[in-house]
Design a protein around this ligand. Structure first.
Ligand code: KG4
Ligand code: ZN
Length: 341
């Protein structure tokens, strides 16, 4: 089954062709990062306009590169939640137009389920059930994936997402946007014990996380040094921060997987590209006898192939939409029915 998929929830416009949820025929992404970097973060209005400008060209390229004709497509999948509402609507409306004109089914796909499904493209043997960490720019969640479309939320951040913390801290440190990539790069080979940074204690759920205290501590460290005229070792500071984020995430995910009886752990989302997180998760999973799946770095960030992968399983489950399909800025991955329009 060939699926044409569209992703436009944030600052990447993307169109892909995938087969049976497991194989990429083409995966075209137009990043807006350079534009948003001028402002130090995503500007929603600019994002929507850029999506509208880029999407048709990407569609044509995706079809051409896959070596197919539009009539060969069996279904059109699109991200419908969560994300920037204006940005989501550009991709979803394009997908609706295509589904209508080609007379093919429309498959609405949740962005976080898509991130998880990126792993199906890289690991043919991977099947639910498993425990997944989705760590992106907007969310940090531990999910129980009991079936391809059967999700439970087992833990989440109480405040900022890990990606947001990376991006904000990078900005204060004078590094580029998006910050996660820069901090990861600069931290490499540096002393991660050089700066003492707090570790959060979240009362209540043992699997919930918090990153805002850590973010504030980093901002204070930078500002205090500026005021006193001290020189910071940026590499060591980046390494210490990256380690603190990893310490917040890894034990929570591993303990959650073990306590819920999962044998397999899957990482997903932009932050899953983090070198230290991948290393620490690999060690921790091995120690606790868990099988770990990491998406290749190129499948961690936002793209459309992951939406096509999940779209295939949503389609199999009968989760199709129609021309009244709406987009939702916030909707959790464990939805079973869609909110009223
Ligand atoms: O999943 P994603 O591409 O987009 C959203 O759905 O938000 O995630 C983007 C986030 C950004 O916050 C970015 O800084 C972070 O992923 N990120 C990283 C790395 N690469 C991207 N964070 C830490 N280390 C990285 N190597
Ligand atoms: Zn994402």
């Amino acid at each position: 089954m060939l699926i044409l998929s569209v992703e436009s929830s944030c600052d990447e416009t993307a169109v892909a062709i995938t087969r049976d949820g497991r194989e990429i025929l083409s995966d075209k992404v137009a990043s807006q990062v350079e534009m948003h970097a001028l402002y130090g973060g995503v500007v929603p209005e600019i994002a929507s306009r850029r999506h509208a400008e880029a999407i048709e060209g990407l569609y044509r390229e995706a079809i051409r590169e896959a070596g197919i004709e539009p009539r060969d497509i069996d279904a059109i999948a699109a991200t419908f939640a969560p994300g920037l509402i204006g940005a989501l609507l550009v991709g979803l409306n394009f997908a609706k137009g295509l589904a209508f004109s080609l007379g093919k089914p429309l498959v609405p796909v949740h962005h976080h389920r898509g991130h998880v499904a990126a792993n199906y493209l890289a690991h043919p043997e991977l099947e639910p059930p498993f425990c997944a960490l989705v760590a992106s720019g907007g969310h940090t969640l531990i999910l129980g994936v009991d079936g391809y479309t059967d999700y439970r939320i087992l833990g989440c951040t109480r405040d900022d997402s890990a990606g947001e913390a990376f991006d904000k801290v990078a900005r204060v440190m004078g590094l580029g946007y998006p910050g996660g990539v820069e901090i990861d790069r600069i931290a490499e080979g540096h002393d991660e014990t050089a700066y003492k940074l707090p570790r959060a204690k979240v009362s209540g759920s043992p699997h919930d996380m918090s990153f805002s205290g850590l973010k504030t501590a980093m901002i204070n460290t930078v500002h205090n040094a500026e005021q006193k005229g001290d020189t910071l070792n940026i590499g060591d500071l980046a390494a210490s921060f990256r380690r603190a984020v990893v310490d917040e995430i890894v034990p929570r995910v591993i303990d959650c997987a073990v306590s819920e009886g999962y044998k397999t752990v899957v990482l997903a989302g932009g932050v899953a590209a983090n070198a230290r997180l991948r290393e620490a998760m690999t060690d921790a999973a091995e120690k606790r006898g868990l099988r770990l799946y990491l998406p290749p770095k190129k499948l961690c960030g936002d793209a459309a192939a992951m939406i096509g992968a999940q779209g295939y399983y949503e389609f199999i489950a009968g989760h199709t939409g129609d021309m009244s399909q709406n987009a939702y800025a916030s909707l959790t991955a464990d939805y079973t029915t869609l909110p009223e329009r």
